[in-house]
Design a protein around this ligand. Structure first.
Ligand code: 1GP
Length: 232
């Protein structure tokens, strides 16, 4: 299994969003610990393969966060498989996973698969819409989800997903307190070094996504901010 235990910073690249070669090079050579390839809408086999091939020119580890069955491309270092813990739509909890295992059965390299307990916290995000995510109403509730992931299900990763909006530190902190050996990823709405630093003080790994496409210099500045920050 890929060793993500020391990752502090990752960039998440969306196969459905164009990125110029020079910009991609700067992102991959930025000193980030890994590139996560993933998105919610418009992710296809072809655009995932294209992005993976481009990222593969650089030495940085590259993992696929699996979002649909048609876009599982061989050749990544690892495959992160989200399980949305607060999904309100029962058809997205395990049905896609079962269908994938039925289809690909013996081809699945299990040693490369890592399950992520996903907590979808921004009700306005695409992932919240697709999964009909139940709203998180308090740090105590978030912490109970984190315990469900780490103690009950023993998932190796807990991902606090605020995609598109900067999260509430109290929610992230409450989840972090429940980690008990699991690894916490935080992602959502980071657009500046100070926001990156704020979440890096709490989370094991900070994920930076959208700002890559809106302001790549701001995105790049989050790497150093995270690397110079210790967890509190
Ligand atoms: C999205 O958690 C990541 O899955 C990062 O979020 O795109 O808002 O940075 P942003």
């Amino acid at each position: 299994m890929i060793d993500f235990s020391n990752w502090r910073h990752t960039f998440k690249l969306d196969p459905d969003k164009p990125i110029e070669e020079e910009q991609l090079e700067r992102i991959c050579e930025s000193g980030t610990d890994a590139i996560i390839v993933g998105g919610t809408l418009g992710v296809t086999y072809d655009n995932t393969l294209e992005l993976m091939s481009r990222v593969r020119r650089y030495a940085v580890p590259c993992v696929l966060e699996v979002s649909n069955l048609q876009a599982i491309v061989p050749g990544f270092d690892s495959y992160f498989v989200p399980i949305v813990l607060n999904a309100g739509n029962p058809n997205v909890i395990f049905a896609p996973h079962v269908a994938a295992i039925q289809s690909f059965g013996s081809y699945i390299p299990w040693e490369e698969i890592v399950a992520e307990g996903y907590l979808v916290c921004n009700p306005d995000s695409s992932v919240a819409e697709v999964t009909q995510a139940k709203q998180i109403t308090s740090p105590e509730e978030a912490r109970a989800y984190a315990h469900t992931a780490t103690k009950l299900c023993r998932l190796p990763i807990f991902y606090v997903e605020y995609s598109g909006s900067f999260g509430e530190p109290e929610i992230v902190r409450a989840c972090m307190r429940a980690m008990d050996g699991a690894h916490l990823f935080y992602g959502g709405g980071i657009t500046s070094p100070s926001q990156a630093k704020e979440m890096a003080e709490i989370a094991d790994t900070v994920v930076v996504g959208n700002i890559i496409y809106d302001d790549s210099n701001a995105a790049l500045s989050t790497v150093e901010a995270v690397k110079n920050t210790n967890k509190k």
